[in-house]
Design a protein around this ligand. Structure first.
Ligand SMILES: [Zn+2]
Length: 350
């Protein structure tokens, strides 16, 4: 079994927006440099596998036909704008289907015990894509398609999606908002200050799925300690859900200086995040983690920061992690976490 399987192809670079657009094809080169470095150390059993295109049947488990047809038509016509910052070129439909396929494949590798963990290094990202609309550089919701595949085709009853991207994954949240078989946790910049303008802590799910959508909102400028504390705090909720597998929307845009982000998270915190996720998965679900790439736009640091995250995911323990127990979060973050407690106190223990 692979310790970690990556799914990647240069094909993901064929979808491109404006040259100055932060969601650049070159992002992937930086992340793959980190993957290659770790792989060349030969310390771990790592594979990099080529993606498969998604079968449209699986796309339809999340997106409506009219929407899929619309994306296909715009792409076929040579491309065009769908929102002010989300455009398509002639390859987008095809490449977005590969990104969804790679994420489903990442889930399949872990489900079939071929890999303990997997990471689909893809673009376009997916977590802002709703079942009927694109937005935030996303077209098809890669992680939702993988989660739905696990539930519908593999009989999973409890899939947890953990979204550590800087932004609220509105698409993923809404797709599963009425569902208990897919739990959604997102730690993200407060919607008052950041795209997509939703994802408040009082959005907790509906009817009998109340409590199964957890939004942890963080204020601008938050540092790595507070960010990691918030992740640790949130994992304590997911633990009570007892997921069979964990899917992670990995975004590096909380990093200090990210051109799209407003947080101030230091690179080392991503080492901590990888470690905490791995530790959590080892304890709860035999280490099963499926990652897919969302945002992260500070290109000159993407290699370093993704390497840290991956090393953490592989079980390496950062020296500073014990300080998490001792250090206190800032008053602002404590207030945010208290809001989550208040909203979820009827559903989870704190
Ligand atoms: Zn993002």
């Amino acid at each position: 079994m692979y310790d970690l399987a990556f799914i990647y192809s240069d094909i993901f670079k064929k979808h491109a927006m404006d040259r100055a657009h932060p969601e650049s094809p070159l992002r992937l080169d930086e992340i793959m440099k980190a993957v290659n470095e770790i792989q060349s150390e030969k310390k771990y059993n790592i594979a990099t596998l080529l993606p498969e295109i998604i079968d449209e049947e699986y796309l339809l488990s999340v997106h409506v036909t009219d929407y899929i047809d619309k994306i296909r038509a715009i792409s076929k016509g040579g491309g065009g704008m769908i929102t002010i910052d989300t455009t398509l070129n002639e390859h987008t439909f095809f490449i977005a289907k590969y990104a969804a396929g790679a994420t489903k494949q990442a889930a399949q590798l872990v489900d079939e015990n071929k890999a303990r963990k997997s990471f689909a290094v893809v673009r376009p990202p997916g977590h802002h894509a709703e079942s009927t609309s694109a937005g935030g550089f996303c077209y098809f919701n890669n992680i939702a398609i993988a989660a739905e595949w696990l539930v519908q085709y593999k009989g999973y009853n409890k899939v947890a999606i953990i979204d550590i991207d800087h932004h609220f994954g509105n698409g993923t949240s809404h797709i599963f908002y009425h569902r208990k078989d897919v739990f959604y946790l997102s730690i993200h910049a407060h919607p008052r200050y950041s795209y997509p303008g939703s994802g408040y802590s009082n959005e907790i799910g509906v009817v009998d799925a109340k409590g199964y959508n957890v939004n942890v909102t963080l204020l601008p400028g938050i540092n790595g300690y507070d960010w990691l504390h918030s992740l640790k705090f949130s994992l304590n909720i997911v633990k009570q859900y007892q997921p069979e597998i964990i899917l992670v929307s990995v975004g590096f845009d909380s990093l200090a200086g990210d051109p799209v982000g407003i947080m101030n998270v230091e690179p080392n915190a991503f080492y901590g995040a990888g470690f905490l996720l791995n530790q959590f998965a080892e304890e709860i679900c035999e280490g099963k983690i499926v990652c897919t790439l969302e945002g992260g736009y500070k290109r000159d640091q993407l290699k370093a920061v993704s390497k840290k995250f991956i090393l953490g995911l592989l079980g390496n323990k950062p020296d500073f992690i014990h300080q998490l127990e001792r250090s206190k979060v800032t008053e602002h973050t404590a207030k945010m976490l208290n809001q989550v407690k208040r909203e979820h106190q009827n559903y989870w223990r704190f």
